[in-house]
Structure formats: C-alpha cells, structure tokens
Write a protein that binds this ligand. Sequence first.
Ligand SMILES: O=C(O)CCC(=O)C(=O)O
Ligand SMILES: [Fe+2]
Length: 428
Amino acid sequence: MASSKRSPKQIFESLTAAITKKPPFVHGAVSLPPTSTALYFGATDAGRLDLLSPQKKQLEQLLAACSPATFGMNKEDVLDEEYRKAGKLDAENFAFNFDVMNSEITTQITNVLLQGRSDPTFVPELYKLNVYGKDGFFKPHKDTPRSEVMFGSLVLVLPTPHEGGQLMLRHEGDEWTFDSAEILSEQPSPSIAFIAFFSDVEHEVLPVKSGHRITISYNLYSKMDDPFTKVVHVPSPIQLAVEESLRGVLDSKVLRRGGFIGFGLSHEYPLRAGGRLPSTLKGTDEMVRQACKKLKLRVMITLLYEAGPDDGSFTHVMFLTYPDILAEGELQAEGGQIHEPLLEMRGANPLLVKYTEEDGFDFKKSPTPEEPLQAWCVTPKMKNNVSSLYQAYGNESTTNYLYGRLHLLALVGPVGLRETAKDDKEDA
Ligand SMILES: O=C(O)CCC(=O)C(=O)O
Ligand SMILES: [Fe+2]
C-alpha cells in the first residue's frame, strides 16, 4: 500500500481530513395545505389568524394573547428582554392543523439529519408558538436537552409578512443563515418555511425589522433503539471517503499490536446522571460510526472526564456511562486529584487515561487484561468537567439533562487481524 511510506501522523491526518463536516440542519419551504390556512389561539376565547391574508387586527389579538417568552439559564427560567424579546403561547393554547409527519419536512429530516433511514424514525413533540414582533430577537443559545433521545429542534415559520429575524446557526467555526422572510417571499403561493437542526448547535434569532415572525417549534426525539440493525442506506460520498481513509489506516502498520482509534465527536449529547451514553449519533458523528461498522470495528461511545490538574500524568478518566458525579458529594481529593474516587465509581466502567490535545489518549488500564493498548485520537475534543456539564443558556431550564462532549472509540485488532466487531448488535 502507498500508505506504508507515510508516517503514522500522516496516516491519521488523512483520516481527519476525510471527515468532512455535514451541515447540522436542513431547511426549505412547503406550500400551505388547504386544511392548514388558519391558526387558532387563546386560553379562553379562541382568536383566529387567517394565514392566506393575515389581518392587522388578528395579529394584534395574537400578540395580546401571548405572554413574554422566557429562556433557561443555569437551571432557572428567566425573563430578560436583553436576551430574548418575543411572545409565546404554550402548546395547549393554540391550534394549527398541520401534520408534520405526513409532510415533505419529515422526508427532509430523515434524509439529511437521520442518514436516510426508511420508516419514520423520530417523533416531533409540539413545543411552543412564538411571535417575534418588530425588534423581537433571541440571543445565542442551544436548545435545552429534554431526554437522552432528543436530537433536534424543528421550527416552522408561518406566512406572515416580516423582514429580518434571520436564524443564525454556528457550529465548530462555521456559520449559516436561515432567512425565513426571504424564503417565504420567494414562494409562488403561501407557504411554511422550516428548519430542523441538531439542538446542540448554537443558534440566534436576529432582530425583526418589521412585521411579525410567527414560529411553531417542535422537539425532535429519536425512535431508534439500535441504529445499526435497521439501517439500509446508500453511503454518501463523504462516508465512502472516510471508509477509504480508515481502510488506509487499517492496511498500514500503525497500532501494530492493536489498540484504539478515538474520534472526538462533532456534536454534544444529552446526558443524565447515572444514565447510559446515547445510542443515536448525529450527522457527521453517525457517519464516522457507520464507517467503523462497515470495516467491522467494534465501537464504544465514551465520556472523557478531567480528573485533576494536567501535569502530564494519568489524570483523566474515561467512562462508558455517565457517572452520577454530583451525587457522590465529596469527590475532591487532595491536590485536586479526583481520579481515585472516580475510578471507584461502581457500574460506570471507568478507564484511567492520559489525554493531551496533541496526542489524544494513552490508556493505563486497558479494557482487556493484556498490556496497555496504544491509541490514536482523531479530532480530539475538549474534555468534560463538572462545570462544563452544566447547562448555560438554553431555551428552557432543566436540571435533568446536560450536554456533554463524547468520543467514539473504535477497537482495532493487530496488523492482519484488524476486525473486532463480533456482530452488529453487540454495542451501541
Ligand atoms: O425562531 C427561531 O428560528 C428559533 C427559535 C429558537 O431558537 C427557540 O425558540 O429556541
Ligand atoms: Fe432555540
């Protein structure tokens, strides 16, 4: 193989380069079905907004029926018009006869965010209606995780005239704009503009310049228990490129005795203390996992915890479940080293590792009883610590789930015997 002339560093660099990031959202417009031309609202007397020709009086009534929208900050719901200026109605106080699951939106979400799986693999939960009037906005935030299987948010923008109010999305140095006003004005007939995005992606609503930007939002929950067994899909060119580079690694002499390849995942995932790590990955991350599965590598999802001052020794702990660290109370050991108590946490399958941003992982205790295994880390990710696992700004307060950064570890056998997956069902 040509790869034999390359250094291990070069071999892994080409793997890193092959992991092209997939956009973390899908957007578009669907024309308003004949049965979806009105919005009803109000806690007592129902008001009606005609979406084919919205009347000023109806819009004013809708605004009057709304209460100011709050947002979540450090476990509390906060009302602060410096941070978010919008009206809201909770799901029980409005009705819009639109079936997301039987619309083109579901096909788009399935194809772009869920790797084109066949049967409907997610459930949309109606969340809120928001009205952004003139000068309405929502500063940067991530959507609060409400369950281990919540992966995304869907926002519908109704066809009421407005200018401004673009939704900006930012992830790992990239930025995208969803200009609902522009999209709606370009449609030949009254339409709904939509965007669905992975909810750990930071987003912001810029100020509305005129008119009313009316949105209906949904939380998206995955229905997949085992993402691998059900997948029948044609790999994308990006995935094929990742597979090809990974094959290059396996055909080379790196990790001669076997070991791990670690991938820092691009997205954050909802974690619950004491709970399992997620079994459904998002976008780019799922693509990397599928490439590993294709090459019959056993994969594990892990949480890396900073366990003490980074003095170059083994002071990081890697978990296969999310330990209930806060419930342990007295974790702080002498000198700020907490790896001893972390390693003793029952049921959390901890591994003591040395971790540096440059070299990735180095395992002290390997998961097998043999000698410590070698490991390489591709796209290393920040480690977690107790405070980073706290939610900062969200769209709602919650204390049950927090976003955490994860790594995917692929177990690699020795040269010539690289395959490690026993069957498709063993891990998740
Ligand atoms: O209106 C939008 O485009 C997004 C709103 C939003 O981010 C939220 O409600 O959490
Ligand atoms: Fe949001």
